[in-house]
Ligand binder design. Structure first.
Ligand code: NDP
Ligand code: PYC
Length: 339
C-alpha cells in the first residue's frame, strides 16, 4: 500500500506556487498551473495532480518552456478566438481567452478557441467544467507526443490525445467526461512505473511490438488506442482538428520539437463552445430538463456518470480541507523548492 500524507488545500497550493516561482515561472503562470494541479489532486486524479509539478520543473530546467510568457489573445473572427501562448504553458492562455470565447459563443451560438504555441501537460476537465459553469456546452481536445500506435499497427503515430466534454445542468455539477484516446493516459503508466507495479497487458506493446505488463517496456514501446479502430479514428480526428486545422503541430511533430529532451509536449489545443439559448431560445430550459431524463436513465440502473467519482472525491477533500498525496511524491516536490 502507498504511504500517503494529508496536506491542507491551502498548503498544497502555496507549495505548488513556491516550487514553480522558485524555478523561474512568473506568478501568473505559477497560479494558473497550481490551480489546476491542486484541483487534480483534490479530485483524486492522480496522473494529472501534483505529480505534474515534476514535469513543469523539468520542462523549464531543460530550457524549453518560457515560464514568463505573456499570452496574446486575438479576436480572429466572429466565431474564432486565437490565444498565442508564446511558448508558455497552455493554462494561462486559456484563462486569458475564456471570457472572449464565451462572449463569442453567446453572440454567434458557437465559437472556437485555438490555443497555439503552447507547452501542455494538463487534464482538460478543469477547462470544460469552467466553461459549463459559464453556461455553455464545451468540447476540448489536444494532441501530445506520438506515443500511441494506430489500431492494427505497432509504430507510434498519435499522442494520448484527450477529449473532454461538458454539459451544464440545471442543478449541481455539469456532466463532464475527459479521457485519453489511448487506453489510458501515459501518466498512469508512469505512476505504475514509479510504484513498481505491473500494467494490464492491453495498455501497450514493447519495442518489439509484443504486449507487455512492464510499465518500463511500455514507455519504451507503443501505447494502444482505446476502442480499437474507433479510438484510432477519434485520435486521428484530434490530431487533425487540434493540429493542421489550427496551424499547429501534430504529436509526431511535437516529439520532433522535443528532440530527446523528454519534456512536456508542445503543440496547440482546440476548444469549442455552444450556447444552448442560441439554439433553442426560450425553450432551452425545457430541453435541458429533457437531458436530465437521459442522465437519470443512466444512474437509475446503477451505472455511474463520468466525473461522479471525481465530484465525490472533491466533496471529501473540501469537507476535510485536505488532500492526500503519496508521501514520497510530496518529499520529491518539497525538494524542488529553490531558496
Ligand atoms: P480514464 O480512463 O480514467 O477516464 C477518465 C474519464 O472516464 C473520466 O471522466 C472518468 O470519470 C470517466 N470514467 C472512468 N470510469 C468510469 C465508469 N466506470 N463509468 C463512467 N465514467 C467513468 O482516464 P484517462 O487515463 O483516459 O485520462 C486521465 C486524464 O489524463 C484526463 O483528465 C485527460 O485530460 C488527461 N490527459 C491529458 C493529456 C494531455 O496531453 N494534456 C493526454 C492524455 C490524458 P471520473 O473522473 O469520475 O472517474
Ligand atoms: O498522461 O498521456 C498523458 C499526458 C500527456 C501529456 C500530458 N499528459
Amino acid at each position: 500500500m502507498t504511504d500517503t500524507t494529508s496536506i491542507s488545500l491551502d498548503d498544497a497550493f502555496a507549495l505548488s506556487v513556491s516550487v514553480l516561482v522558485s524555478n523561474g515561472y512568473s506568478a501568473d503562470h505559477a497560479n494558473a498551473i497550481a490551480k489546476v494541479v491542486c484541483a487534480g489532486q483534490r479530485d483524486e486524479c492522480h496522473s494529472h495532480g501534483l505529480y505534474r509539478l515534476l514535469g513543469c520543473v523539468r520542462t523549464i530546467q531543460m530550457g524549453k518552456v518560457d515560464g514568463t510568457a505573456v499570452p496574446e489573445i486575438i479576436d480572429h473572427a466572429a466565431g474564432i478566438v486565437r490565444a498565442d501562448a508564446r511558448n508558455g504553458y497552455s493554462l494561462l492562455a486559456f484563462d486569458a481567452a475564456r471570457g472572449m470565447l464565451v462572449d463569442k459563443a453567446r453572440k454567434s451560438g458557437i465559437a472556437a478557441l485555438a490555443i497555439n504555441h503552447c507547452y501542455h501537460f494538463s487534464a482538460l476537465w478543469p477547462e470544460v467544467e469552467a466553461l459549463a459553469e459559464d453556461g455553455v456546452v464545451a468540447i476540448a481536445m489536444t494532441p501530445s507526443h506520438n506515443w500511441v500506435a494506430p489500431f492494427g499497427g505497432r509504430k507510434p503515430v498519435f499522442g494520448t490525445n484527450p477529449l473532454a466534454f461538458a454539459w451544464p445542468r440545471p442543478e449541481g455539477h455539469p456532466y463532464v467526461f475527459d479521457f485519453a484516446t489511448s487506453t489510458v493516459a501515459r501518466g498512469e503508466i508512469e505512476l505504475h512505473r514509479g510504484a513498481g507495479k505491473a500494467i494490464p497487458a492491453d495498455w501497450a506493446v514493447d519495442a518489439d511490438g509484443a504486449p507487455t505488463s512492464s510499465a518500463e517496456a511500455a514507455l519504451a514501446g507503443a501505447m494502444t488506442v482505446f476502442g480499437g479502430y474507433k479510438g484510432s479514428a477519434l485520435s486521428t480526428m484530434i490530431e487533425l482538428l487540434a493540429g493542421p486545422l489550427i496551424g499547429d503541430l501534430s504529436s509526431m511533430e511535437s516529439n520532433a520539437h522535443d528532440n530527446g529532451a523528454g519534456v512536456a509536449p508542445y503543440h496547440g489545443e482546440l476548444l469549442l463552445a455552444f450556447d444552448p439559448t442560441a439554439f433553442t431560445g426560450s425553450s432551452a430550459a425545457a430541453h435541458a430538463q429533457r437531458a436530465e431524463v437521459i442522465f437519470d436513465a443512466i444512474v437509475d440502473q446503477g451505472a455511474r456518470l463520468p466525473s461522479q467519482r471525481r465530484y465525490a472525491a472533491r466533496a471529501r477533500s473540501l469537507s476535510r480541507g485536505m488532500m492526500d498525496i503519496p508521501s514520497a511524491l510530496l518529499a520529491e516536490i518539497r525538494a524542488l523548492v529553490k531558496s
